[in-house]
Design a protein around this ligand. Structure first.
Ligand SMILES: [Zn+2]
Length: 463
């Protein structure tokens, strides 16, 4: 009996040791000023290919164009052995995305993002012969309007690292996109300047893998090819704090010595070899991600949705919007959050049933027509705000007068509060603090929910 128990325990340990953890290695391939960064991209792509590692290169439109102009078909070919993502049209040339989107709403902002960024997306697609699989903003120039445009372009993954929105250091759904973002200690990098710190980076990687394994997370590591070429970022040299010189005046960044560059490669590939040798680590690209996670659109059970009465929050893996769709009798689908925050103007504590049923039908019709949640639901000449409507609907017994409840937007705690700190990228103007973008993110938090690994659900069922 004891021997059987010991066998079962060891089998269990083996099973948990073998449970895969996904590792994403990606490069923001953006430096269109310093040609030495082209050679770095080539060397990185080839070195990884030799090791059987597929990374994701998020390419800037202007970078793709200068590779073409400089006749660097070799670089394009080497990168094409990996996955290709997108990283804006001009990166740090002002206005950066958060700069031009901070003055706009959700819908006009999405159209403006598409107007400014689509040409670069098309160039990356044309030059690399593949539709970019993901997007990430330059620096921390993040804005919620991008999600709408990217969805329209068929991009399903948002892969980057910044602090405006995050969900327990794990992948999540937001604005209809699969986000690998704000992973905290699950984002691990080995510094390229000091070989003595490499062992510490490996330990942090091991700890991140162990932690991610416990909570269905992923681990990511990111770099920029320019880090091997130069000692200072190409854009900090030219576009700091709103500076916007003409192309003829762009300065090249100070370069690394050959010895320092060789050491940076040694550190990096040693770190990659450590990751490759770590049991249970599966190296994936952003293109692999959607299939690894459960589908975005699933119907929330009524019992789950009823909890909107007390708290508007993500629950049991469903977003607040998913739960509201269930209460409205609508099929599971992505819908955007509201455009505005408004207060209820209907002061009644009870509403006649027929009137409420009509308001509910109108809300459902609005969602079907627009693909987003309404700011408010009308009860005649007055209206109930979206949160109050959701709470009221969730608590409604279905008979008699409808008791109006105040909604509690707990979901907004996942959105950052300090705009100045969250947008403190050296390229943005001093003091840049677009509160409007964080407020828009709070409105879109209705769409926020954890992304669950498909394999984990299967494993749990089997256990
Ligand atoms: Zn970048």
């Amino acid at each position: 009996m004891l021997r059987l128990l010991a066998l079962l325990v060891s089998l269990g340990l083996m099973a948990s040791a073998q449970k895969p953890v996904y590792w994403l290695l990606w490069f923001d391939t953006e430096d269109f000023v310093e040609p030495a960064s082209d050679d770095v991209a080539l060397e990185l792509a080839r070195g990884l290919t030799q090791r059987g590692v597929r990374a994701t290169f998020k390419v800037v439109g202007e970078k793709a164009r200068v590779l073409e102009q400089r006749g660097r078909g070799d670089v394009v070919q080497a990168l094409s052995a990996h996955d290709i993502g997108y990283h804006t049209n001009f990166h740090s040339v002002h206005p950066a995305p958060a700069e031009y989107l901070s003055q706009m709403g959700l819908l006009d902002g999405a159209a403006e993002f598409a107007r400014r960024e689509r040409a670069g997306f098309d160039d990356v697609e044309r030059i690399f012969h593949v539709t970019p699989s993901c997007f990430g903003q330059p620096g921390n120039s993040w804005a919620p309007q991008a999600n709408l445009a990217l969805r329209e372009w068929g991009v399903r993954v948002y892969m980057d690292d910044a602090g405006q929105v995050g969900l327990n250091q794990r992948p999540f759904w937001f604005g209809g996109m699969l986000y690998v973002f704000n992973l905290g200690p699950h984002t691990v990098r080995a510094g390229l300047d000091d070989a003595s710190k490499l062992e510490d980076a490996k330990r942090r990687f091991d700890a991140a893998i162990a932690s991610a394994r416990q909570q269905d997370g992923v681990v990511q590591t990111y770099y920029h090819p320019t880090e091997w070429a130069a000692t200072k970022f190409w854009d900090a040299v030219n576009f700091s704090h709103g500076a916007n010189p003409e192309r003829e005046s762009w300065q090249r960044p100070p370069l690394r010595t050959e010895e320092s560059r060789r050491q940076a490669y040694r550190i990096f590939f040693d770190f990659v070899d450590h990751a490759r040798a770590t049991p249970g680590v599966r190296i994936v690209t952003s293109r692999d991600l959607p299939a690894l996670f459960e589908p975005r659109d699933q119907a929330a059970p009524v019992a789950t949705a009823r909890h909107l009465a007390e708290s508007i929050d993500t629950r049991d893996g469903f977003s607040a919007a998913d739960q509201l769709l269930t209460l409205l009798g609508l099929p599971p689908q992505h819908v955007d959050g509201p455009l505005r925050r408004v207060a209820s103007t209907d002061a009644r504590t009870e509403i006649p049933r027929a009137l409420f049923e009509r308001a509910k039908a109108d809300a459902a019709a609005f969602v079907r027509k627009t693909g987003r949640l309404p700011d408010q639901v009308w009860t005649g000449a007055q209206a109930i705000s979206l949160p109050d409507f959701a709470a009221t609907l969730a608590a409604d017994s279905g008979a008699g007068l409808v008791k109006v409840r105040a909604g509690r937007l707990d979901i907004e705690r996942y959105i950052g509060r300090d705009a100045q700190k969250l947008y403190n990228w050296v390229i943005h103007p001093e003091g840049f603090a677009p509160e409007s973008l964080l407020e828009m993110a709070r409105l879109q938090a209705w769409t926020l929910k954890p992304a669950r690994l498909a394999a984990s659900r299967t494993a749990t069922r089997g256990e």
